[in-house]
Design a protein around this ligand. Structure first.
Ligand code: IVH
Length: 520
């Protein structure tokens, strides 16, 4: 083959493979056998290896993940990625509907109703039909460039069906079954488990090494676009979604146009009933004024558009038994009772613990060890006990008694008048110290990447860190003797700690976790 023929073949193979990806991952309608696909993929890999000069950075072979990055680049969103106002019931929806009609002086309004996929918002830029860049939402105005990870998502088109330039927005997510498989694998390797599919997806997209994202089956559904460039002429949300679909983007098949409030309510009932059959988590419905012209008239606040609302689904509830009640010591020394549950499946994850907050709440709910209880989980939050079922009692149930000694350091605990919590007052209490370090390193505080629960505990147990300040005295030789800590991770941690010195003063103050001193 001469060079030109090779170039042509590479181009042709890329096109065929992307079309097959599209059929398989976007349309869920494969047209060839796996072996046929593998053969084509292999041929492309070989040609690219032999003729690297013809390799496109966004070739379908790049979906297995290229070289790791050293850091993330910031991306400014030219059109901000806003948040949504929430409501939780039909009354709230009705109020929104009537208010919006009133603002526009109309009697009725068409809305596009779409499932609110529980994942991570991303923004993608395409130029002349080719993927240029993809970013996280970040704070809505600037996000992080995660193109290297996004292009490992097989249903994400690298090339569009037409050579158009546009900005699209969608939700990257993981299905419940993929999430479960991933956690099972992690359990085998004794790695920390993800709390839910959303966190698993977030963790994958925040990797510097795209090979990790490539191994985690992510998917993406597109729900929005910026009305400019080649999408300037689009008049309605519905038309926009159809246009995205025709360009090769995956959009939700469950979206519906609603002609009035009654339709909107009917759609809610329909989707709520479908919820468990949908392979990924949906936390509600987004209703958007269909006309883009009317959207523009309504405008936005600094936070959210006035033309859209999210109607959240109720939290999912399950019944299980409380095996025991143990006590957790938080960073402020507060003793919180935690119910240990008979494991139960709830929204795709196994729940084994539920917070009982404090003694008063526990008494108010009349919770006993051995009780059957309704537990609830909403979105990201820790599961909680809604109520116990006294009719299921056998008489074997036992009352919980708050210990008089701290379960972590055995010092005497006190509950002062007016305080909802019984507290351990020992400032060197191991539980408190570890929790303080975790808080200090958390995202909202000093944001020390890689320093989570397990590592904080390890550093404390090994006597390397006794307070937050000790983090800044850590050296490579201390770290590499820790279990499961290689040279590379040690250096990454040291670098993350070094980076944290750049955080503004308010984050440091917050990170110190002084009682009554919050983010504001
Ligand atoms: S519209 C300006 N549509 O929900 C409009 N958002 O709570 C803002 N989301 O950040 C977004 N599915 O991550 C829209 N069909 C959908 C959505 C959706 C999920 C997420 C998105 C957004 C968040 C707002």
């Amino acid at each position: 083959m001469d060079k030109e023929a090779v170039r042509q073949r590479i181009k042709k193979l890329s096109e065929i493979i992307e079309e097959l990806n599209y059929r398989y991952y976007t349309l869920d309608d494969p047209i060839v056998k796996d072996e046929e696909y593998d053969a084509l993929f292999h041929e492309l890999l070989e040609l690219e290896k032999k003729y690297p000069e013809f390799k496109d950075p966004f070739s379908p072979t790049a979906r297995v993940g290229g070289e790791p990055l050293t850091h993330f680049y910031q991306v400014e969103h030219r059109v901000p990625m806003l948040s949504l106002d929430n409501t939780f019931d039909f009354a709230g929806l009705e109020e929104f509907y009537l208010r919006t009609c009133r603002n526009l002086s109309v009697n009725s309004l068409e809305f596009m109703a779409e499932p609110k996929v529980d994942g991570l918002a991303v923004s993608l830029i395409y130029e002349k039909g080719r993927l240029l860049k993809g970013a996280t939402r970040g704070n809505g105005y600037t996000g992080e460039d995660i193109t290297h990870n996004l292009l490992t998502i097989k249903s994400l088109p690298l090339k569009l069906k037409e050579e158009v330039s546009l900005v699209v927005r969608g939700e990257a997510f993981m299905t419940r079954s993929s999430f479960q498989l991933l956690n099972e694998e992690r359990a085998k390797k004794k790695l920390p488990l993800f709390a839910n599919p959303r966190n698993a997806a977030a963790g994958s997209l925040r990797q510097l090494d795209p090979k990790i994202a490539a191994q985690r089956p992510l998917d993406i559904i597109f729900y929005g676009f910026v009305k400019e460039n080649d999408l300037e002429q689009i008049q309605t949300q519905q038309e926009g979604l159809e246009r995205l679909r025709s360009l090769g983007f995956k959009t939700s098949k469950l979206s519906r146009l609603c002609h009035d409030l009654q339709d909107m309510k009917a759609y809610y009932n329909f989707l709520l009933q479908q919820r468990e059959n949908i392979p990924y988590d949906i936390d509600g419905i987004v209703y958007k004024v269909n006309s883009l012209h009317l959207q523009e008239l309504l405008g936005t606040t600094s936070r959210a558009p006035r033309w859209a609302i999210a109607l959240k689904f109720p939290a999912v509830e399950k019944v299980t038994r409380i095996k025991d009640i143990v006590v957790n010591v938080g960073r402020t020394g507060a003793l919180t009772p935690v119910a240990l549950l008979e494991p139960v499946q709830l929204m795709g994850s196994t729940v084994q613990r539920a917070s009982l907050h404090n003694e008063d709440i526990l008494k108010e709910k009349d919770v006993k060890i051995g009780d059957w209880a309704v537990i609830r989980k909403a979105g990201d939050v820790i599961p909680e006990i809604v109520k116990v079922l006294p009719e299921k009692r056998t008489g074997e149930e036992k009352n919980f008694i708050m210990p008089s000694l701290c379960p972590s350091c055995s010092s005497r605990v006190v509950r002062l008048p007016g305080d909802a919590y019984t507290r351990c007052l020992n400032p060197t209490c191991p539980s408190q110290v570890v929790e303080k370090i975790i808080h200090f390193a958390s995202r909202a505080a000093m944001d020390i990447e890689g320093l989570g629960n397990q590592l904080a505990l390890q550093l404390y147990k090994e006597g390397l860190v006794k307070d937050q300040g000790d983090l800044y005295l850590l050296e490579e030789k201390d770290l590499i003797r820790l279990e499961r800590m290689a040279q590379k991770s040690a250096n990454n941690l040291l670098q993350a700690i070094e980076e944290s010195k750049k955080r503004p003063l308010h984050r440091l103050l917050y990170g110190l976790g002084i009682r009554f001193v919050g983010e504001r």
